[in-house]
Design a binder for this molecule. Sequence first.
Ligand code: PFF
Length: 405
Amino acid sequence: MPSSKKTEKWGSLIGVVLAVMGSAIGLGNFLRFPGLTAKYEGGSFMIPYFFALIFLGIPIAWLEWTLGRVGGQKGFHSCPGIFRILWRNRISPYLGFLGLLVPVGIFMYYILIEAWCLYYAYLYLSGTFPLYKGGNAYIDFFQNFTGMAQDGILFDTEHSPILLFILFCYLLNMFIIYRGLVKGIELVSKIGIPLLFISAFIILIRVLTLGTPDPNYPERNILNGLGFMWNPGTPEKSFIESLMNADMWLAAAGQIFFSLSVGFGVIITYASYLKKDDDVILSATTSAAGNSFAEVALGGLITIPAAFVFLGKEGISDSVFQLGFITLPNVFEKMPLGAFFGFLWFFLLFIAAITSSISMLQPAIAFFEEGLGTGRRSKYFYIIIYYINWLFICSIFFQGSNCIR
Ligand code: PFF
């Protein structure tokens, strides 16, 4: 029996396409993808990447959009509910339960990185980013504010106001969700996604016009940077040799799942708020294409080439956190108007992250609404979510330095 009497619906089809794109375009596009591409000989990685996109990502996205729309018509919005109408078996809702547990699990660490991005954007904007003082200044800074440097350092707000930023991000996420589908998620995506693309284009133009910033290193130029990122194979490893690497194929498939947000239950839930005649195939394909554009054409062209022209091949790390939070600040410092571009970059990352993190909460919301018969604004639901969040914040306190090592 359908549990929700008055079902919410998206305001417009473009709104839901942007919301799904918002979920898909995230830290995975701008940090994880460049890191993996650098790790797996650039251009070679694109072969398994596009294979996985075409044969796994897009078909699964079609499937999720279709399942979601069917479920929504029957009054269900969470995976347990939708699975139960698809397969009338006692275990089906339990299988569907994964479709809300996994996104909430990802949310718990994703929001930390979201807060790091906001913190860096704030530091650049306020002009308080500590200037490079040689040695390991950026690494020390990163380790201090994330709590890696020393147990208990997170309590020291002078070193680490990051807890306040984390709290702020939690509250902002809750607030957006609380405002509902159209006034919350859809509105944020409609503003956030264009803003994100505009910011990324501005940074991209800056990066592609960097030329050869240091005449002492003529080989560190933008063409070689693009080559480092995109040439299939390296002097050490040929294209065919790279393609024989099974790890790379697995990593590419993993990247497609993570990046498109498919296989997590998020899209099923989003699509369950479609109207009966809303198109699913074109919408799913458009959002997947938008995501891959942001990943390959923006994420892939900005991060690594920018790092290459200033730091050379040796300066580039394929560790995602190192690339984002240590290498790039180093690059912005050397770039004309670096503080402005630093702000724009981390602000972009923050927007990308928040439009993804809100999508990770919606499946659980849908579940509570139909499972416990609570309304969106029901106090029971919020009490539960707050408990989950506070548990996580407590875990940061207790684990201290170990939680992100
Ligand atoms: N697609 C997001 C990214 O690329 O950062 C991450 C993500 C969002 C994963 C939603 C899973 C999810 F359910």
